[in-house]
Design a protein around this ligand. Structure first.
Ligand code: ATP
Ligand code: MG
Length: 594
C-alpha cells in the first residue's frame, strides 16, 4: 500500500530543533523520521520505522547467510546472571536498574552476553551441538553519560548482537572470520565509507578485536592508520613500540637540581639548558621528550572504592582521556583534588617524581609508566620537593614502576607500531564491533560441553555487535545536502516519491487521477511509493518536503501533463527529465532496479 501524504502521520519542520547539532539529527527530526521523547530516547515515526526496518533486514539477511540463527531475549532481565559475571557491579551507573513489586532487582539489558551463554548452557551439552551462532535484533538500554546527536548515541537503541560458541580456538577463528565477512557485506550494502581497525580486546581471554568505523569528521572515535602498511587502530588500542635503550650503562648518577619557577615543561627545559647544558641522553639540547611528567588521577572502582593512580608520561605528551579510560575500565577516572593531595602528604604538587611513587615507595601509590619508559632510559622528573627536579633518573636503576600503561596521547606522525612509518589520524563512528571473547562468560556461568573423549570443556565464545539504529543516523550523516536527506536506494523509505502538484481534485482532476494510476502501476510492478496527494498545498511546499524527505527518485505529475509528459527528478544530482506518461512506469522500474 502506498504511503499517502494526505494521511501520513507526518509533520515536516522548516526549522532545526534547538537541541540538534549534527545534520543527521536535525534532518531526521525535521523530515519527520524520529521525534524526541527525552534525552537519548526517541520515537520512530512511520517514515523512520520504514528506514530502520530496511537496515534491520540487510543485517538479518547477512546474518542468516552465515548460518546464524535469530532469537529474541527479553529486555527486562533478572539480576542474578549479571551478578554471577560481576557485571551488575561493573556496569555502574550505565545500567538502568529497577525493582519489581517484591523488591527483586532487575535491569534493562545493556547487552546480553549472560542470556546467550545461559541459553546455550540450558539446551546444549555436547561438542556435537557446536559450533552455533545465535543473534538477535533488539532494543538495548544504557544510561549513557552523554547521549548525543539524536539516535547516534541513544539511551535506548537497537543493536544486532550475536555470539558464536565453539569447542576450540580454531573453531572460534572460523566463526570470527565468518562474522567479519558478513560485516563487510553489511556495511558495503549500507553504503558506508568505513575502515576496519584494531580495537581494545576485552580484559579476559579475548584476543582479536576489531571495530568497523564509519569515517566521519564529527565522529567520536579517533583512529590512526599507516600510509605504508595495513595497520589501522582505534587510538584506544594503539600499542606504542618500546624504544631501544642506548646509554643505560654509562648514565651518570641521578642528581637533584634547584629549578624554581620551572612549573611548566617549557620553562623546565629552558632551565636544564642553562644548568646542565649538553648532558641530555641524546647529546643535543634538552627537550620536552627528555622529561617525565607525573600525572595522578583518582580511580573510582565499580564498588565505589577510590584508588589513586600515578602515571609517568613523556613531558611532551598529554594524557588521552579515552585511552586512559579504556585501560582502567570498568573503573572511572576522576580528578585528583586538593583534599586528595592533603591525604597523601608525600606527593608534592607540581614536583611529584617517580621516586616517591610505586607500591614499594613511601606513598604506596600505584605507579604505571608509558611504554617508552623502558629500563635503562634516562629522564628528568620532579624531585618530590618544591622547586626541585631530579636529573639523570634512570628507569629500573633509580625507580621501579608497577607496570606499563597506554595512556599518553597518540599523535599524527608517531611511528606505526608495525612498520615505523608516520601514522595518520582521522575520525569515525563505531558501527560494529567484533571480538573474540574467549571463556570469560562461559567460565563465569559454567558453560561446558563434553568433548569427543568425554571430558568437560569450557566453550569458547565470540561476540559481534552492529549498531542498527545508529546506522540510520550514520547513513543520514553521510547522505544529505543543504535541502535535506539523500537516502541510498536500498535504505530509502520508498522507491519513488510521486508528487501531484494540482490545487485539488476538482480543479486538477487529471493530475490527481494520473498520479493515482501511476501509483497503482508502480506498486503492481513491485515498487514502493510515497504519494503526495495533499490538496490545497502549494507545489513549492510539496517540492520542499520531497527534498527534505530524501527519496532518491521524485516524480512530478503536474502542468506538463497537458503535453502528455511527467517529470522524473534525481534527488541526488538534481537532474530532471521529461518522460511520456505511457513510458513512465517502465522508465521508473528500470531506474529503481538499476
Ligand atoms: P561506544 O564505544 O560507541 O559507546 P560500545 O563499544 O560501548 O560503543 P558495543 O557494546 O560494542 O558498544 O555495542 C555494539 C554496537 O552498538 C556499537 O558498535 C555501536 O554501533 C552500537 N552502540 C553502542 N552504544 C550505542 C548507543 N548508546 N546508541 C546507539 N548505538 C550504540
Ligand atoms: Mg565497542
Amino acid at each position: 500500500m502506498a504511503m499517502r501524504m494526505s494521511s501520513l502521520f507526518l509533520r515536516t519542520l522548516r526549522e532545526n530543533p534547538a537541541d540538534a547539532e549534527v545534520p543527521s539529527h536535525q534532518l531526521l527530526v525535521r523530515a519527520g523520521y524520529i521525534r524526541r521523547v527525552s534525552p537519548g530516547i526517541y520515537t520512530w515515526l512511520p517514515l523512520g520505522l520504514k528506514v530502520l526496518r530496511r537496515v534491520e533486514e540487510i543485517v538479518r539477511e547477512e546474518m542468516d547467510a552465515i548460518g546464524a540463527q535469530e532469537l529474541l531475549f527479553p529486555a527486562l532481565l533478572p539480576r542474578e546472571p549479571y551478578e554471577a559475571t560481576g557485571r551488575w557491579t561493573e556496569y555502574g551507573p550505565n545500567v538502568f536498574r529497577l525493582k519489581d513489586r517484591k523488591e527483586g532487582d532487575y535491569l534493562l539489558g545493556p547487552t546480553h552476553e549472560e542470556m546467550f551463554t545461559l541459553a546455550v548452557k540450558d539446551m546444549y551439552s555436547s561438542y556435537k551441538d557446536l559450533p552455533v551462532s545465535l543473534y538477535q535484533i533488539q532494543t538495548k538500554y544504557r544510561d549513557e553519560a552523554r547521549p548525543r546527536a539524536g539516535i547516534l548515541r541513544g539511551r535506548e537503541f537497537v543493536m544486532k548482537d550475536s555470539y558464536s560458541f565453539d569447542i576450540d580456538e580454531a573453531g572460534l577463528d572460523k566463526s570470527y572470520q565468518l562474522h567479519r565477512d558478513a560485516y563487510v557485506r553489511i556495511f558495503d550494502r549500507l553504503g558506508f565509507h568505513y575502515v576496519i581497525v584494531q580495537a581494545m580486546a576485552g580484559a579476559m581471554g579475548g584476543s582479536k578485536s576489531e571495530e568497523f568505523l564509519a569515517t566521519a569528521d564529527n565522529g567520536e572515535d579517533t583512529y590512526v592508520r599507516c600510509p605504508n602498511c595495513a595497520y589501522a587502530a582505534n587510538v584506544e588500542a594503539v600499542q606504542v613500540a618500546a624504544p631501544e635503550v642506548t646509554d643505560a650503562a654509562t648514565a651518570p648518577p641521578a642528581h637533584d637540581e634547584a629549578t624554581p619557577d620551572a612549573a611548566t615543561i617549557a620553562t623546565l627545559v629552558d632551565r636544564l639548558n642553562e644548568l646542565v647544558p649538553g648532558t641530555s641522553p641524546h647529546g643535543g639540547p634538552w627537550a620536552a621528550t627528555d622529561t617525565l611528567k607525573t600525572v595522578v588521577v583518582m580511580l573510582v572502582h565499580p564498588d565505589g572504592t577510590r584508588e589513586p593512580l600515578a602515571m609517568g608520561i613523556p613531558g611532551d605528551r598529554e594524557v588521552d582521556e579515552k585511552r586512559l579510560g579504556a585501560q582502567v575500565d570498568p573503573a572511572r577516572v576522576e580528578a585528583f583534588e586538593e583534599k586528595d593531595f592533603a591525604a597523601y602528604p608525600t606527593l608534592v604538587k607540581g614536583y611529584m617524581g617517580p621516586r616517591a611513587l610505586g607500591s614499594a615507595s613511601a606513598s604506596g601509590i600505584r605507579f604505571l609508566v608509558d611504554p617508552r619508559v623502558v629500563d635503562g632510559t634516562r629522564w628528568v622528573a620532579g624531585g618530590n620537593a618544591p622547586g626541585v627536579h631530579t636529573v639523570d633518573l634512570v628507569a629500573g636503576r633509580d625507580f621501579v614502576a608497577d607496570g606499563v600503561i597506554e595512556a599518553a596521547e597518540v599523535r599524527p606522525g608517531d611511528p606505526c607500531p608495525s612498520c615505523g612509518t608516520g601514522l595518520e589520524a582521522a575520525r569515525g563512528i563505531e558501527m560494529g564491533h567484533i571480538f573474540q571473547l574467549g571463556t570469560k562468560y562461559a567460565e563465569a556461568l559454567d558453560l561446558k560441553v563434553l568433548d569427543e573423549s568425554g571430558k568437560l570443556r569450557t566453550v569458547i565464545m565470540g561476540s559481534y555487535g552492529v549498531g542498527v539504529s545508529r546506522a540510520v543516523a550514520c547513513i543520514a550523516e553521510g547522505n544529505h545536502d543543504e535541502l535535506g536527506l539523500l537516502w541510498p536506494r536500498n535504505i530509502s523509505p520508498a522507491d519513488v516519491h510521486l508528487v501531484a502538484t494540482g490545487k485539488d481534485r476538482t480543479r486538477a482532476p487529471q493530475v490527481f487521477e494520473t498520479a493515482e494510476v501511476l501509483t497503482r502501476e508502480l506498486e503492481a510492478a513491485g515498487l514502493t511509493v510515497l504519494l503526495d496527494d495533499r490538496e490545497k498545498v502549494s507545489p513549492g511546499v510539496k517540492f520542499k518536503d520531497s527534498e527534505l524527505i530524501g527519496v532518491p527518485t521524485i516524480v512530478v505529475v503536474g502542468k506538463s501533463l497537458e503535453n502528455g509528459v511527467i517529470e522524473i527528478k534525481d534527488r541526488r544530482s538534481g537532474e530532471r527529465r521529461e518522460v511520456p506518461v505511457a513510458e513512465a512506469v517502465a522508465e521508473l522500474v528500470a531506474e529503481v532496479r538499476g
